[in-house]
Design a protein around this ligand. Structure first.
Ligand code: PDD
Length: 287
């Protein structure tokens, strides 16, 4: 049975309920994080908490817990759920209001919720064959750097990808590839690794930042630069990154075969560096 956390209490997930007047339910008025756990250890927790703070500040929700209190609560949640590898979902909404009013209610206490989902071990590198992605116009709002729970466009876009037998939609805004519906995008061109710079058009992904860190530490040529739609289709490699999908190679984009239809050499190098980071955290060597 999966154990969740709601407003200070640990309880079975199926017993966790929030009032219908919660602004998360009525307005999608809240923010969230998804944090991977390997061998019972939260991966890159400090980075996730920093992004959570940025999201909370951007939408003017008060910080409900200190970083230390988040850490204590999340570690408790992880240990109450038995699987060694988990994905922790946490969300903070503005809270429960007396009446439905778009304006922020004056004395609202944020609702805190967190749950754990078991995470399957990642596949053997040599068995990964690559996925299909499709390109779609970016129909989202102008503050995509906020990790808001208001995900209706992302949900619709991801479903369009699924309906086209693809794993993800890569979103095109003003002629540029910005990110996936729930992932960041990288391309490799002539040995250079490229991802769009952080800004309001995309989420500052924690996996994205780790990939950049690994590129810097291992002398992999790297640049943060805009990716035109033409660059995307003529890329030698395309990767999509997220906490749950790690680094996923795209080998078919719409009807265009990428990287001769198989994961490319730089992806192989990067995914093994990424797996080394997971091994280090499993051994308790890093956070
Ligand atoms: N989504 N961009 C978007 C729009 C995302 O929703 C996500 C992750 C990412 C990658 O961020 P990170 O590397 O920090 O996971 C980029 C999560 C996994 C989700 O919504 O479930």
């Amino acid at each position: 049975m999966s154990i969740a956390y709601l407003n200070g209490t640990f309880l079975p997930l199926e017993d966790a309920c929030v009032p219908v007047m919660d602004r998360g339910f009525l307005f999608g008025d809240g923010v969230y994080e998804v944090i991977p756990v390997y061998a019972g250890k939260l991966f890159r927790l400090a980075h996730h908490l920093k992004r959570l703070r940025n999201s909370l500040e951007a939408v003017h929700i008060e910080h409900p817990l200190s970083d230390d209190d988040w850490e204590t609560m999340l570690n408790e949640l992880v240990s109450r759920n038995k699987e060694p590898d988990q994905a922790i979902y946490l969300q903070v909404t503005r809270g429960v209001a007396e009446k439905r009013d778009h304006a922020f209610p004056p004395d609202c206490k944020p609702t805190l919720f967190a749950m754990s989902t078991p995470m399957a071990p990642s596949a053997d590198i040599d068995s990964i064959t690559g996925t299909k992605a499709i390109t779609l116009p970016d129909i989202r709002w102008k503050l995509c750097n906020i990790k808001a729970i208001t995900l209706l466009p992302n949900v619709v876009l991801r479903q369009q990808a699924i309906d086209a037998d693809a794993a993800e939609a890569i979103l095109i805004k003003d002629g540029y590839a910005v990110e996936g519906a729930a992932s960041n995008v990288f391309i490799v061109k002539n040995g250079l690794l490229i991802t769009p710079p952080n800004g309001p058009t995309l989420l500052p992904g924690i996996t994205r930042d780790l990939v950049i860190e690994l590129a810097a530490n291992h002398a992999i040529p790297f640049r943060e630069a805009d990716i035109t739609e033409a660059d995307l289709f003529s890329a030698d490699e395309i990767w999509l990154t997220s906490s749950t999908r790690e680094i996923s190679p795209v080998t078919l984009l719409d009807d265009t075969v990428i990287s001769a239809g198989k994961p490319g050499p730089l992806w192989k190098q990067m995914i093994s560096l990424y797996q080394d980071c997971k091994t280090a955290i499993r051994r308790g060597e890093t956070g």
